[in-house]
Write a protein of this length. Structure first.
Length: 426
């Protein structure tokens, strides 16, 4: 077979015929690497770029292979998993027994079936739009997509992102889109993000360098940049990175309809909570940028760095440098080693640097030490930090409390600390 594809013309003809039919032979190891156009992991789906995450096309133009983005196949697999879970939860409602149908009444049964189908179809169209935005691996090299609002910069190809199966699902992505990019969650911005930005403004002048780890879908980073700060955001989840890139840079300005709570069948008073309809992104990233300080014309408002935070920003890491401030939001409890996290962040701040934090301590099961907040403060004070603010605030994570029988709400720590000289040891 390899001898059959020895000539370039035969390889081109085969690629055009096979990929034109919609077939993808990307995982077949017996095909020569030259036919596939990139090196391929054994028994894997995802290609490894020949160098630096990009390839050069005719005339030296940069062509896209960006390993931090999901592939079309991966995203469709997650959509199938999401739809399967919804169907399993809805099965009894969609296929009630004769007795159940009689007790509920035909109007109620029909209304539910119509709601489930409407949400499924709308959400599927939204995901398919994101799928279409991704590179077609069987379509040959493509230009790197437009990124007018947020630049995505890979600092070290060797630093991993989280796999598609880790810390991410379509359900969680929908909830984060609801939280960050819908008009129905303005309370999140006023009650959570704005409070962190207010603390930042008290201690750090505009134009300063600000790092936002665990940026998720990047609404907080966008808001900070709009205030006039130079923002570098970081995120490890490939799923969140993919949707952040789409929402920030190429989503339709008119918005896309979504039913972000359609999979949540519990704790609802009525259909109004489960089938809440939103338009994302609202406001648009361009509107956020227009509200703030004017930046350099033609330059993205801020940057996003994909990869594991501790590995990228530790001493010797590709991202290690000094920042004027670090802002963490619902982040410090997501790590498994809090001491490592504090050491890494401390290494990024010079004397006078500022750490702003808002969030709970909902530790992961794998966390090595599940500290209380006083113990977390002790870590920072031991490194010479003086806390200018240390208070409690009420935060709704997405849907506002009181609208459902249960909402994800927290009494969070809001803190602002300034790095001083390291205390001398007695």
């Amino acid at each position: 077979l390899k001898q059959c594809f020895a000539s370039k013309s035969m390889r081109r003809d085969f690629q055009r015929i096979v990929c034109g039919t919609g077939l993808c032979l990307c995982g077949l190891e017996l095909l020569p690497e030259a036919l596939l156009g990139a090196r391929w992991r054994p028994n894997g789906r995802r290609p490894i770029a020949a160098s630096g995450g990009t390839r050069r096309g005719a005339g030296g133009a940069e062509m896209a292979y960006e390993g931090w983005r999901m592939s079309r196949v991966e995203l469709r697999e997650l959509l199938n998993k999401y739809e399967r879970a919804v169907e399993e939860d809805a099965f009894g409602l969609l296929r009630p027994s004769k007795l159940e149908r009689q007790m509920l009444g035909e109007v109620v049964v029909t209304k539910r079936a119509e709601a489930v189908k409407q949400a499924r179809d709308v959400n599927r169209r939204f995901i398919e739009a994101v799928v279409d935005d991704l590179a077609d691996l069987c379509g040959g090299p493509e230009d790197i997509p437009s990124r007018p609002t947020c630049e995505f910069r890979v600092l070290d190809e060797k630093v991993p992102t989280l796999p598609a199966s880790s810390y991410g699902s379509i359900a969680s992505t929908f909830l984060h889109l609801f939280r960050d990019w819908s008009s129905q969650c303005t309370h999140v911005h006023s009650g959570t993000y704005a409070r962190a930005i207010e603390e930042l403004g008290k201690l750090v002048p505009l134009g300063a360098e600000v790092l936002v780890p665990g940026a998720g879908l990047a609404r907080l980073a966008a808001d900070i940049a709009a205030r006039g700060y130079n923002v570098e955001a970081n995120e490890a989840s490939r799923l969140f990175l993919t949707f952040a890139d789409y929402a920030l840079n190429r989503a339709p300005a008119a918005g896309s309809t979504l039913y972000p709570m359609a999979h949540v069948f519990s704790e609802n008073f009525s259909h109004g909570q489960q089938y809440i309809q939103i338009s994302v992104p609202t406001p648009t990233p361009a509107e956020i940028a227009a509200q703030g300080a004017a930046g350099e014309a033609g330059k993205p408002a801020f940057s996003m760095v994909p990869g594991d935070f501790a590995k990228l920003y530790c001493k010797g890491g590709a991202g290690h440098r000094k920042f004027d401030a670090i802002v963490t939001c619902f982040f410090v409890d997501t790590v498994t080693d809090i001491c490592e996290l504090v050491q890494v962040m401390d290494g990024l701040l010079a004397e006078g640097g500022v750490w702003i934090n808002i969030g709970p301590l909902n530790w992961r099961k794998e966390a090595r030490m599940k500290l209380n907040w006083d113990e977390v403060l002790a870590l920072w004070r031991g490194l010479g930090y003086e806390f200018k603010t240390n208070t409690k605030v009420e935060c709704d994570y997405h849907m506002q409390r009181g609208l459902k029988m249960y909402t994800e709400s927290y009494t969070c720590a809001l803190t602002a600390a300034v790095k001083g000289a390291l205390p001398s040891k007695v």
